[in-house]
Design a protein around this ligand. Structure first.
Ligand code: FAD
Length: 302
């Protein structure tokens, strides 16, 4: 049966969009592969009234609530590809029948690619972090490292300095320019040149940043700006316009979260420069509203 909308990605943005469409009594299918971006962290912070809950717990509760709406269908799996035009989209999922819908809502999130340093990946979301607003408070001050990965890393280090005594490890990136050096000095950020060769367990709850030159430093946490990529190629294959941001490419959308392709909406981290649970959820609400309004007013038959 043709759906009013298919949502690709049942994370914070996708499920928020689903509430809007479900409550408008629209037929909505949510396809989700169950890998929200924050799955590496045991707890989420900073979302209204949800502080300290795990991301998975929040999403599971939302799914339970959504499942009570009779027009909502969940499909577990990965949307491989999609084709079609407004009012007649088809989404393929490995090993399952294609699903048809009048609108598509892309909410598949971003993939974080981390620098290839032994000991880094297994600490991601625990003591290797990207957002001080999400996890900086729990560090409790003390020595903190920032690993340079892009030209904005000096800025990141100067922000993280509000949460502890920060050292910026340049790790082969070009030395900060004079303006960045002045900022680091003003924010009392230390600078360590040289390649980072490994991250190891230090004394107590500390971890050790080992440099190739033989020096090492103990820190409570290490902040990294990961290389972020839109998950999957569905937006690209449809020719959705992209936008370059300091965080990488995102899908360009208008105020109603419509992409450049008629009938396709995008929400959450894939469609905004700075992402967190609250912003992704708000984005999903807007995309849900946009898709619903378009079903009522833009289509040939409503
Ligand atoms: C380590 C870490 C910790 C974080 N901690 C916090 C925090 O404490 N507080 C906070 O506010 N923010 C936090 N964030 C940010 C937050 O996780 C993201 O902003 C948020 O998850 C974005 O929501 P989203 O719905 O856009 O994408 P996601 O939550 O990533 O959801 C996308 C969903 O789409 C699915 N998917 C992807 N491709 C497909 C496909 N082709 N077919 C079907 N399904 C697909 C994925 O499996 C996933 O379930 C953290 C991020 C990280 C990396």
């Amino acid at each position: 049966m043709q759906q009013d909308a298919i949502i690709i990605g049942g994370g914070f943005a996708g499920l928020s969009a689903a509430y809007i469409l479900a409550r408008a009594r629209r037929k909505v299918t949510i396809i989700d592969s169950g890998e929200p971006r924050n799955r590496f962290a045991a707890h989420s912070h900073g979302a209204l009234a949800l502080d300290g809950k795990s991301g998975r717990e929040i999403l599971a509760e939302a799914r339970t609530q959504l499942a009570t709406y009779p027009t909502v269908t969940f499909v577990e799996g990965e949307a491989d590809s999609a084709e079609g035009v407004i009012d007649d989209f088809h989404v393929r999922i490995a090993g399952q029948k294609p699903i048809a819908a009048r609108r598509l809502l892309l909410a598949s999130g971003m993939e974080d690619r981390l620098p290839d340093i032994p000991g880094l990946e297994e600490r991601w979301g625990k003591t290797v972090l990207h957002c001080p607003y999400c996890h900086g408070y729990e560090i409790g001050g003390g020595p903190i490292g920032v690993l340079a990965t892009h030209p904005m890393s000096a800025h990141q280090a100067s922000v993280v300095a509000d949460w502890g005594d920060v050292t910026l490890f340049t790790n082969g990136m070009p030395e900060p320019d004079d303006a960045a050096l002045a900022l680091l000095e003003r924010r009392q950020v230390g600078l360590q040149a040289g390649l980072v060769s490994a991250i190891e367990t230090g004394a107590g709850k500390m971890m050790r940043i080992c440099l190739a030159n033989g020096r090492d430093f103990e820190v409570r946490a290490l902040f990294v700006g990961p290389d972020m990529h839109i998950r999957g190629s569905i937006a690209e294959n449809f020719g959705c316009a992209l936008e370059e941001t300091p965080a990488g490419k995102i899908i360009a959308t208008d105020v109603s979260k419509a992409t450049s392709v008629a009938g396709i909406y995008a929400a959450g981290d894939i469609a905004r420069a700075f992402g967190n649970i609250t912003l992704a959820s708000a984005d999903g609400v807007m995309a849900g509203l946009g898709a619903h309004q378009s079903l009522m007013f833009a289509a040939a038959h409503s």
